[in-house]
Design a protein around this ligand. Structure first.
Ligand code: ATP
Ligand code: MG
Length: 373
């Protein structure tokens, strides 16, 4: 899929902009705070209806203006071409139009345009707390599995109620015996919903891990190997399917029940999952250099790009915000090479053109970004 035209009106620091990006690499170069990230953000927002930076939609509207608008004409291989429009208002809910038809349900708009964004925040997937890695997993899987979203909601509810029960047991509120008797049924429910999450995460990571390892090997010029390891909160041992995971989960809960009642909280389950990224066998979070960490994060995103392509049947758009800074010439060269071969229309931001070879620039469409122009 490809964006033929992109128009912004009162979006962030853009008063008005119209561009016709090329089918391959589009480079947005400029000094700090000129609007490069804002432009990439507008495409991401059009694809997902959400921004990774803005807490509220009104932050997307240009200061003092009443209404902000993003419009794009998108050509697709598997579907007919489509005109997409998203309008944000200071006073009303956002409105999305697909070929001029207004949709209030955003679910009908999401997926018309597929985009994968890599920005500096993604480094946190490697460097940050486990909760960030779990969020990454949930977001990626949710994109392609409504069943997962459902299980996630059900699990959270059950977990909350089970934790409340454990707190009551700890504080010995109410009749203790009656409370203790209901714990096993809550454990069974938790294992039921949780097993679905764990099994899905495991399968997803197997596929993503393989793809990311391939990308990673290319980016690092065959020097570094990447292994993505799923670290659940209890051993999955021989569990081969959801039923097996459920059994293992139930056993793990039974084994810590005493502890849980003392501490007043659930000690096993997907809320305590983590991932480890092994670069040449050692944990990239603890031992990786900045460039290695960035390469891992970038490999995950490029693997995600490929997963989406397999699923949708055509390459999604790639948004690379400020990815070049920590990469050496060799890794940059492989990145350009990979994205070109992937066939994704790519939007890349950078502060200057020095990292680009003449060959890459000749193939690219280059924009100088200055003051929202
Ligand atoms: P850097 O190289 O530092 O990443 P950038 O070109 O990516 O810079 P952007 O993040 O796109 O910069 O932001 C550019 C400017 O947009 C900032 O100075 C910011 O103040 C301004 N800006 C952000 N939101 C709005 C808004 N709603 N209205 C007007 N201006 C805004
Ligand atoms: Mg930026």
């Amino acid at each position: 899929m490809q964006i033929e035209t992109l128009e912004l009106e009162s979006f962030r620091n853009y008063e008005r902009l119209r561009i016709e990006p090329g089918p391959g690499l589009n480079v947005f170069s400029g000094r700090n705070a000129q609007g490069k990230s804002n432009l990439l953000e507008s495409i991401y927002v059009l694809a997902t209806s959400k921004s990774t930076r803005a807490g509220k939609d009104i932050e997307l509207i240009r200061f003092e203006d009443p209404v902000g608008r993003i419009t794009a004409h998108v050509t697709r291989e598997k579907n007919s071409d489509v005109a997409l429009e998203m309008i944000f208002s200071q006073t009303d809910k956002k409105v999305a139009r697909v070929n001029g038809v207004r949709h209030t349900k955003l679910a009908e708009v999401i997926g018309q345009l597929n985009a994968v964004l890599f920005d500096s925040g993604d480094l946190e997937i490697v460097r940050g707390e486990p909760a960030i890695r779990r969020q990454f997993l949930d977001l990626e899987i949710a994109q392609t599995s409504p069943r997962y979203v459902h299980a996630l909601g059900a699990y959270r509810k059950t977990l909350e109620q089970r934790n409340r029960l454990l707190r009551d047991l700890r504080d010995a509120r109410g009749s203790l015996d009656g409370l203790r008797e209901v714990l096993p049924s809550w454990s069974a429910q938790l294992a039921h919903h949780g097993a679905r999450l764990i099994d899905r995460r495991r399968l997803f990571l197997e596929r993503l891990g393989l793809l990311a390892a391939e990308v990673h090997e290319t980016l690092s010029d065959g020097r570094d190997s990447l292994q993505v390891v799923y670290v659940p909160s209890f051993p999955l041992d021989g569990a081969v399917d959801e039923a097996g995971v459920r059994e293992a989960f139930a056993e793990a809960l039974a084994a810590v029940a005493h502890d849980e009642m003392n501490r007043g909280t659930t000690l096993r389950g997907p809320q305590r999952d983590d991932l480890t990224f092994l670069v040449n066998g050692s944990d990239a979070r603890l031992y990786g250099s900045q460039g290695q960490q960035r390469t891992v994060a970038l490999s995950l995103k490029l693997a995600e790009r490929q997963l989406i392509e397999e699923l949708v049947g055509e390459p999604p758009i790639l948004l690379l915000d400020d990815v070049l800074s920590d990469l050496d010439d060799v890794r940059r060269h492989h990145l350009f090479d990979l994205t070109e071969r992937a066939g994704s229309q790519t939007f890349l931001s950078c502060t200057n053109l020095r990292p680009f070879s003449k060959g890459v620039l000749e193939q690219a469409r280059v924009y100088a970004v200055s003051g929202g122009k």
